[in-house]
Design a protein around this ligand. Structure first.
Ligand code: WTA
Length: 672
């Protein structure tokens, strides 16, 4: 079991100052009391509740007869099994049939603000069908895994939807990951098919994605696994007979292949429990886990949470500015809005290009109705001042969303006042790659807001705070009036991941066996006197850097692959913009000494092995690390050192060499 003492000790962001209650904003569909009643009803009989929702949110080719089977203890959870449907049909075709053929389904804004594309539902149906036919021509069949390593261009969501259409599982790898990380994911999923693009564009710079794919192919057994690499061209020129990149034997010019296909493809009818996609995510130990999400439950949960958490209405232009490489991009860029027949916004660039008014300029120009980003972006933009959002007419926005980490009240207030002009609901949506969609969030017009609290559980989610030691629900409040412990969920919901690909044992031990009978989130949290949920942070060795989830074990394993590093210990330290940044302690191998060039090499090694976003801000080289006599590194002490909490180091007498602590304190002070 995890001890609360091991949790990330400080967010350093005044995260839990005395909260002020803000009244719900917007048209209330129901009152808070109604919500409480409806929520109680939704968890009383989950099977009946979700059965009704599944019929109303999705079109089924063959109806299901039982909503839920299985439970947490056996880990054999299935939703709507036996029912058949296709997620792409539900996201696209049925809207074409229902009179929305000419409605814009996707608005894309590229790296340059004047680079805009709009695709109607009919355009999407035709193009996705062509892509599905192209994938089929390359040998992709139902059940295959297609790895997608692409920039944020409309072809990315369309390739994902084409996979869904033909019953192949997509495994999207964020294009910021290195060739090593990409190779690892291709090989772990034994994915014979890779779809990429020659170039990505961000902040005026080009990124050679194809070069990274080629480097990945040179690693481990990748090239043996891969049978086809389909390459979109970022600036496709139909008349050009040669590819604008160095073509390898298995490469296919995707734009040409797609253009030659008929724009009609009959969707594959899938069982609700067939895999829809894999998404690799970091855990506290070992290599990233390939989480499997399935067809019916995930689609329902994506549609349901988008509709309810954001009060989505017909005609809305929903903008989630996350990358499709993360779960937020899957659920809220690709699937959520389209399943509801709204319009989704796809954004390729950064919040500060060409200037820090970019988001707000887009809101004004496109009349965005819901805008969804992460606290790290809000904190960054807040620094540039109020005059950026003040320049734009953002009256189209009804709801502003936040996700990825606890939002500090200062950033919340800026988002509310400077961006939302105190007229928009801020939805603080708490969820994870594993949960598929929001599990704790406020609802616009319904739930009062407290800056920094994600408020109450979403429908069908039965949250509970457990005592980390006993595993029993916390019933007593502490001296602050808080019921504090770890956050868990008491019963299955449709959007939850079903397994880790090829390693169900790992799924069970990480999520369902830590506290018998519960799904364990890995986060510590408390309920305040009013029952509002407050997330404190991870209790495991998972860091959250700019909303990106990074396992300390992954960074450590990258560092120890250097000959000079005998052992490495990585911890999180508070960072004003990123939330957390990475601090690495490396114990040098005999014969090696510290130098500026070594530190540089170690930084670039992490970049090579994982990606630039995982680079440590601080690397402290040392001859020894604080270890117990049995050789276990005491990360708790390192955490306190980097958080400047040395007065509360606790007991260091169990250390093999207590004198190392003072040495490290002095060294870190020098480096910080
Ligand atoms: C954290 C991202 C506080 C949390 C969707 C969780 C949050 C991890 C919030 C999952 C929030 C996400 N408030 N913390 N609103 N949203 N988190 O899998 O620690 O990349 O466990 O999914 O992010 O990160 P993941």
């Amino acid at each position: 079991m995890t001890s609360l003492n091991d949790q990330e000790s400080s967010k350093g962001l005044a995260a839990h100052e005395i909260p002020k209650l803000f009244d719900p904003i917007g048209k209330a569909s129901i009152s808070l009391e109604d919500y409480k009643q409806a929520h109680a009803e939704s968890i009383r009989d989950p099977s009946a509740y979700w059965s009704q929702q599944a019929k109303s949110y999705l079109d089924w080719y063959v109806p299901f007869d039982q909503a839920l089977t299985g439970d947490f203890s056996a880990g054999d959870i299935a939703w709507f099994a036996g029912g058949k449907l296709n997620v792409c049909y539900n996201a696209i075709d049925r809207h074409v049939r229902n009179g929305k053929a000419d409605q814009v389904a996707l608005v894309w804004e590229g790296d340059e603000p004047d680079d805009i594309r709009r695709l109607t539902y009919l355009d999407m149906q035709r193009k996705i069908s062509q892509i599905a036919n192209a994938l089929h021509a390359q040998g992709v069949r139902r059940g295959d895994v297609v790895t997608i390593y692409m920039p944020m261009i409309p072809e990315l969501p369309m390739t994902m939807l084409a996979c869904a259409r033909m019953g192949a599982m997509h495994s999207v790898v964020f294009a910021g990951f290195s060739s090593e990380a990409l190779a690892q994911r291709i090989s772990a999923a034994r994915s014979a098919f890779v779809v990429t693009a020659d170039l990505g564009k961000r902040g005026g710079k080009s990124i050679d994605l194809k070069g990274i794919v080629d480097a990945a192919r040179a690693k481990i057994d990748c090239e043996d696994i891969i049978t086809s690499v389909m390459v979109w061209e970022r600036f496709f020129d139909q008349d050009s007979e040669t590819a604008p990149y160095d073509m390898q034997p298995k490469d296919v010019r995707m734009d040409l292949l797609v253009a030659g296909q008929r724009p009609c493809h009959v969707p594959e009818w899938m069982d609700a429990e067939d895999g829809l996609f894999l998404l690799y995510t970091s855990g506290s130990t070992g290599t990233p886990k390939g989480l499997l999400h399935t067809t019916g439950g995930y689609a329902l949960y994506a549609a349901f949470t988008t509709k309810n958490s954001f009060a989505l209405e017909d005609g809305d232009l929903f903008a989630c500015v996350a990358d499709c490489g993360w779960i937020t991009g899957h659920t809220y860029v690709v699937y959520g809005a389209l399943l509801n027949g709204a319009t989704t916004f796809v954004f390729e660039s950064t919040p500060v290009y060409p200037d820090p008014g970019r988001y707000w300029d887009m809101v004004e120009r496109h009349k965005i109705t819901q805008f969804y980003t992460a606290p790290t972006a809000i904190r960054l933009l807040m620094r540039y001042g109020d005059h950026h959002p003040a320049k734009y007419d953002m009256s189209s926005v009804k709801v502003l969303g936040t996700v990825g980490e606890p939002i500090n009240p200062e950033a919340w207030r800026w988002y509310f006042e400077a961006v939302g002009k105190s007229k928009c609901t801020i939805v603080d949506t708490y969820w994870q790659t594993e949960t598929g969609g929001h599990i704790v969030t406020n609802f616009p017009g319904v739930t009062p807001m407290k800056p920094g609290s994600c408020t109450f559980p979403s429908y069908g989610i039965d949250t509970v705070i457990l005592d980390p030691m006993s595993g029993e629900p916390v019933t007593e409040a502490n001296e602050k009036g808080h019921k504090e412990g770890v956050l868990a969920v008491r019963q299955p919901w449709p959007g939850m991941a079903r397994t880790c690909l090829g390693d169900h044992h790992r799924f069970m031990t990480t999520y369902l066996k830590v506290y018998e009978g519960y799904y364990f989130t890995g986060d510590s949290a408390y309920l305040d006197q009013d029952g509002f949920h407050w997330i404190v942070g991870r209790v495991d060795d998972v860091l959250n850097v700019s909303g990106h989830r990074i396992g300390t074990a992954e960074v450590e394993s990258a560092l120890v692959s250097h000959a000079a590093v005998a052992q490495a210990a990585v911890v999180g330290q508070p960072h004003e913009i990123k939330g957390q940044s990475i601090a690495a302690f490396v114990m040098l191998t005999d014969g090696f000494s510290e130098s500026e060039s070594l530190i540089k090499e170690l930084r670039s090694l992490v970049r090579q092995e994982i990606g630039g976003f995982a680079q440590p801000d601080l690397i402290c080289a040392t001859q020894s690390l604080p270890m117990t006599r049995s050789g276990k590194i005491m990360r708790r002490i390192l955490r306190k050192i980097v958080c400047n909490e040395v007065e509360s180091l606790g007991d260091t007498s169990t250390l093999a060499d207590p004198s190392i602590v003072d040495e490290l304190i002095a060294k870190v002070a020098e480096l910080q």
